[in-house]
Design a binder for this molecule. Structure first.
Ligand code: SF4
Length: 335
């Protein structure tokens, strides 16, 4: 049994301007100790999907589908149960660490509070555990740092402190949403190194990112989202060396690579659609150079591309259902 099973997840926001179909028909699994990257442009639904998995969306959001964690339906769990799992067995790290920390409490108090909430430690034991967690995430002189306030922490240190809080309940799964965004490149690299150290057989990670380089470096498998839907799912190597979906190929060709001829760098043309009125058929069709008539009429299912190398590789494109007259003919140079 997979640690996390997401089945046919849909999220709708009912707004005065209409219904926004932010996530549609999203299914994936995450095994123990596995690292899954969820990528796509902004507006793809990556963060909304992560928040829905965590049960963190309220009105005007409506959620359908199921989310099972270690066999237990989180959609059926009551608020108390959800709160115990969230922050306990599932840790969370979001972007903008300075905003996530409360400026009026010391960092140590905030980490200790997470320890108290999700373990049976209290008082001095919670404080000792908080210092140990700050030490574990690489904060120097953690006993002194624990008594400092968030404004005394740099962005990278603040993000480490949030990782320490996420680890307070000794989670089996860490969901990290753009954890390196806004940090400078060196600090990003250090934070990824930290996540790499922490992600062992005991800790699975779902890493939400728009940064393909970060995902390539860190993850085992990748899920590509476009306009609220999963369009491709594969191992990191398969996805980066042999993308099967035109959107993924476009994303990869939009990534500047060392040594690539500047004239050959291209980017995806067009923008992600307005999800209150998504395009009919394949949501990618207005931007797809391979679109045919069928693509404007029906939504392609996510199907196996059957490339015969033994690793599951799925794409949502009529090229793999026999409904497209032409062939996809892209290749991506990986330098
Ligand atoms: Fe392009 Fe059609 Fe495939 Fe969609 S289904 S990605 S529009 S070829």
């Amino acid at each position: 049994m997979a640690l996390l099973e997401v089945e046919d997840l849909a999220v709708r926001f009912y707004t005065e301007a209409g219904v926004v179909r932010a996530v549609d028909g999203l299914s994936y699994t995450l095994d123990r100790g596995e690292r899954l990257g969820v990528v796509g442009e902004s507006g793809a639904g990556k963060t909304v999907a992560a928040l829905a998995v965590l049960g963190l969306l309220d009105d005007p959001a409506r959620i359908e589908g199921d989310v099972r964690f270690d066999g237990e339906s989180l959609r059926a769990a009551d608020d108390d149960r959800l709160r115990a799992i969230r922050g306990g067995r599932i840790g969370m790290v979001f972007q903008d660490p300075e905003a996530a920390l409360n400026p009026v409490y010391t960092v140590g108090e905030q980490v200790a509070e997470a320890v108290r909430a999700h373990t049976d430690r209290d008082g001095a034991a919670a404080r000792d555990r908080a210092v140990a967690l700050l030490d574990r995430v690489g904060i120097p002189d953690p006993a002194t740092r624990a008594d400092q306030y968030p404004h005394e922490f740099s962005g990278g240190m603040a993000q480490r402190a949030l990782v320490a809080m996420a680890l307070a309940g000794e989670p089996d799964l860490l969901i990290a949403d753009e954890p390196t965004t806004g940090l400078d490149v060196t600090v990003q690299a250090q934070l990824l190194e930290l996540l790499d150290d922490l992600a062992t057989d005991d800790l699975a990670v779902q890493l939400v990112s728009h940064d393909l380089g970060v995902v390539a470096e860190f993850c085992d498998r990748v899920l590509v989202m476009y306009a609220g839907e999963a369009v491709e799912r594969a191992t990191v190597d398969d996805l980066f060396y042999e993308p099967k979906h035109p959107y993924t190929a476009g994303l990869l060709s939009a990534v500047p690579r060392i040594g690539a001829d500047r004239d050959r760098l291209s980017s995806l043309s067009g923008t992600t659609p307005d999800l209150s009125a998504p395009p009919p058929g394949c949501r990618f069709h207005p931007r797809c150079p391979y679109a045919e008539d069928v693509c404007t009429k029906r939504d392609p299912p996510l199907v196996s591309t059957d490339d015969g190398d033994g690793e599951p590789h799925y794409a949502a494109c009529f090229a793999y259902t026999g409904d497209l007259d032409g062939d996809l003919s892209f290749s991506v140079d990986v330098v």
